[in-house]
Ligand binder design. Structure first.
Ligand SMILES: Nc1nc2c(c(=O)[nH]1)N[C@H]1C(S)=C(S)[C@@H](COP(=O)(O)OP(=O)(O)OC[C@H]3O[C@@H](n4cnc5c(=O)[nH]c(N)nc54)[C@H](O)[C@@H]3O)O[C@H]1N2
Ligand SMILES: Nc1nc2c(c(=O)[nH]1)N[C@H]1C(S)=C(S)[C@@H](COP(=O)(O)OP(=O)(O)OC[C@H]3O[C@@H](n4cnc5c(=O)[nH]c(N)nc54)[C@H](O)[C@@H]3O)O[C@H]1N2
Ligand SMILES: [Mo]
Length: 674
């Protein structure tokens, strides 16, 4: 058997390194790679399922074309590309390049993704999206405060004496982080989880605090106030490194009593937590992404970040604020979250952009030219975008749609032509991570099955058919792809390319502890508790504040809908595989015991969940793990399996960063007539 060291390119914190073995040109085995200190125990169940995913009988391996009766039939690659080229050229000729929509999701990470951008530039531009469904409110909050988005090495968590997992469910969404949290616990650290739900992560913690969803800023600001009032702030650190502390301190009207009213957490518990936090020798606050998917998400993250700042827990081992660390992206500038910043119009006239968070309404507001061709890759917008009812209508109105996909997803079923997408083992690439500090090389391990082409080759061939010079535009010819990749990774100082091609590498410029040199890339060069930039860019207060959630006319509905991520999937991926199906329960709508009793619901009942946007049906599960006043259903479930939660979710942006405020949603639930 031949052995390779490779990496999982999914949009996930862990970005696990693993060893893969091939024999006779087929993938045979997957084993851990201990050399990556962040992910030494090997991939999760999804990583192990790549054996099945690669050879799944459901995988799309030939181009398909929609027939008059709506079904799909196989066509040749040349024919498929010729039809697409013709439609693209015709649309551009008639109404200009902005009549083509290029939509990319987060389904695959790697430098090769840049080739799509090269193609659409060469084409003359396109209509595309700005913002991001995932994390931008928090990214922006960290950037406003600390200047850059980075944190200590993942295994440095073991040095913390107190860890607050604030709205992060590592046991499901970053399983590898649990290794380092467990080490910290063995070293005597206290672990606190703050989450409205009792999560699998909470089961492993010393303390669980369950605020009402969307109220964490009130909790954080009350904690800050107690710390300051009791003289427990680190005044020396503050005077040397922090801008706006006095303003912040005098703005703090959030008493524990007031926070109790807002969050539902008893005032004395808030005071106890504040004292424990301020007394910690080495505090690391790990904030997840779920709690910034609200209309107040950015301000919430700024409020939480104020705690390690006023206690001087920045720039030291075992300390810090872990939201994301972008230090492994040394070959790319993580363009998407940055694309609006500092200049939202930098890319004009190349692109006309609509917001991802409000895709449906923005689409219909587009004036000349209307969209004639849509190209969708690496994403499943029909179920993953908020307001998915409008999204479907929008795509329905597009005369010609191309979807590049591995499986027959809900989005792929809307295509006119489906091009089969590459699997993880079929093209070399370089993959960064927002948690794992290593930059990683992903070798080509096997040939693609059937007529699968990587996007780089699809674009190169299309350019050829359209009479465009792909090579000059940075789209490598099929035989030149490896040279293209090598070239991309050859000019970065402090980086050894040969080493990278053998094993994961932590770039020399990785700063640990993060911000250890106490230089902050903010306008003042200090940590900014008060930020003029926040006012200028996003129209929020210069200080962290608690802002009540917007309810979009649904105030009368009693339950808040939370749609977290689960261990067995990455969003809408993996749930179709037999090995995954064999270990997970059917998804159900989780409700608290009290809320269930008031409605006469028992586990297993058929239910209807509704608000003014529409309704979804499914089965209910009554559980003490959900807080009263909320309803929980995972995102990423396919329509045929009872998914479609995003139909109930209003398209709306977060307060900063152009994220999607998925969790503001209010709903009610009732039993279906038997
Ligand atoms: N297995 C698996 N791993 C994944 C993913 C996946 O789908 N599956 N997705 C990857 C991606 S793209 C992302 S963005 C990350 C997301 O991973 P996480 O950051 O963990 O995000 P979520 O699951 O959305 O939310 C985490 C927790 O926030 C809680 N939460 C929701 N609202 C609030 C609130 O108002 N306050 C507080 N305190 N907590 C709240 C939820 O109950 C949930 O337990 O995971 C990545 N890793
Ligand atoms: N209600 C609700 N909705 C949410 C969220 C939430 O918390 N609640 N979370 C949001 C978040 S954080 C995220 S990141 C998004 C994720 O939403 P998307 O970005 O749409 O990602 P996925 O659902 O993972 O779908 C990715 C698709 O890419 C395909 N794919 C994989 N590899 C390749 C490849 O190499 N080439 C091509 N062409 N395709 C490939 C996969 O088969 C899959 O169908 O969902 C968001 N939606
Ligand atoms: Mo995400």
């Amino acid at each position: 058997m031949k052995e390779f060291i490779t990496v999982c390119p999914r949009n996930c914190y862990s970005t696990c390194t693993f060893r893969v073995f091939t024999e006779g040109g087929r993938v045979k085995r997957i084993l851990p790679y201990e050399g990556n200190l962040a992910t030494p125990e090997g991939p999760c169940i999804k990583g192990l399922s790549y054996l099945e995913r690669e050879y799944s009988p459901d995988r799309l391996i030939y181009p398909l074309r929609r027939q008059a009766d709506g079904s799909f039939a196989r066509i040749g690659t040349d024919e498929a590309l010729s039809i697409i080229a013709e439609r693209l050229t015709a649309a551009r000729k008639r109404r200009g390049p902005h009549s083509v929509l290029f939509y990319k999701g987060s389904g695959y990470s790697g430098l090769s993704n840049d080739i799509a951008g090269s193609f659409w530039r060469l084409f003359g531009g396109a209509t595309t999206t700005y913002g991001n469904l995932c994390w931008p409110a928090g990214l922006e909050a960290v950037r406003l405060t600390l200047g850059e988005v980075k944190h200590n090495l993942p295994w440095d968590l073991a040095n913390a004496s107190m860890i607050i997992l604030w709205g992060k469910n590592s046991a499901e969404t970053n399983v590898q982080e649990m290794i380092h949290i467990e080490k910290a616990r063995q070293n005597g650290a206290r672990v606190v989880v703050i989450d409205p739900r009792r999560t699998l992560t909470a089961d492993k913690a010393d303390l669980l605090i369950r605020p009402r969803p969307g109220t964490d800023a009130a909790l954080a600001l009350a904690i800050a106030r107690v710390i300051i009032d009791r003289g427990m702030a680190d005044t020396e650190f503050i005077s040397r490194h922090v801008k706006g502390f006095d303003k912040f301190a005098s703005s703090l009207e959030m008493t524990p009593d007031r926070a109790q009213e807002i969050t539902g957490i008893p005032a004395d518990e808030i005071i106890r937590l504040a004292v424990m936090t301020a007394g910690a020798e080495r505090l690391t606050v790990v904030a997840g992404y779920g709690l910034q998917r609200y209309t107040n998400g950015g301000q919430t993250i700024r409020s939480i970040l104020s705690i390690p700042v006023i206690t001087g827990m920045i720039g030291k081992p075992g300390c810090g604020f872990n939201f994301a660390s972008l230090q492994s992206y040394i070959f790319d500038d993580v363009k998407e979250p940055l694309s609006y910043y500092p200049d939202p119009d930098a890319d004009k006239p190349f692109r006309r952009a609509i917001s991802m968070a409000t895709f449906g309404q923005d689409f219909f507001a587009l004036k000349e030219p209307a969209i004639e061709v849509a190209w969708i890759e690496r994403g499943n917008p029909v179920i993953q975008l908020p307001g998915s009812g409008e999204v479907r209508k929008a795509l329905d109105s597009v005369p010609f749609k191309v979807v590049v996909e591995q499986f027959m997803t809900d989005t792929a079923t809307m295509a006119d032509i489906i091009l089969p997408a590459k699997g993880i083992f079929e093209q070399a690439d370089v993959v960064g991570s927002y948690w794992n500090p290593y930059t990683q090389y992903k070798p080509r391990v096997v040939d693609p099955p059937g007529e699968v082409l990587p996007e780089s080759e699809i674009y190169w061939r299309l350019a050829q058919i359209m009479g465009l010079d792909g090579s000059a535009a940075g789209i490598p010819a099929p035989g030149d792809y490896d040279a293209w990749l090598t070239e991309r990774i050859s000019h970065t100082p402090g980086f050894v390319r040969e080493e990278l091609m053998q094993k994961p590498v932590i770039p020399e410029q990785n700063e640990h502890p993060a911000y250890g040199n106490m230089k902050f890339e903010t306008p003042s060069g200090r940590i900014e508790l008060s930020s003029d930039r926040a006012v200028k860019l996003w129209g929020v207060s210069p200080l962290p504040t608690y802002e009540p959630l917007k309810d979009f006319g649904e105030e009368h509905l009693p339950l808040r809908l939370m749609t977290p991520n689960i261990a067995s999937r990455i969003h809408s991926q993996f749930g179709n595989l037999a090995v995954i199906r064999s270990v997970v329960e059917e998804p159900a709508w989780e409700i608290s015991v009290g809320d269930a009793r008031r409605r006469g619901l028992t586990s297993g009942d058929g239910v209807r969940i509704f608000n003014s946007r529409g309704e979804v049906t499914g089965k209910v599960k009554v559980t003490a793990r959900v807080r009263s006043g909320s309803l929980v259903f995972p995102n990423g479930i396919w329509l045929g399996e009872g998914g479609g939660v995003n139909r109930l979710i209003a398209p709306s942006e977060t307060d900063m960063g152009h994220g999607a405020a998925f969790h503001n949603t209010r709903v009610d639930i009732e039993k279906l007539a038997p």
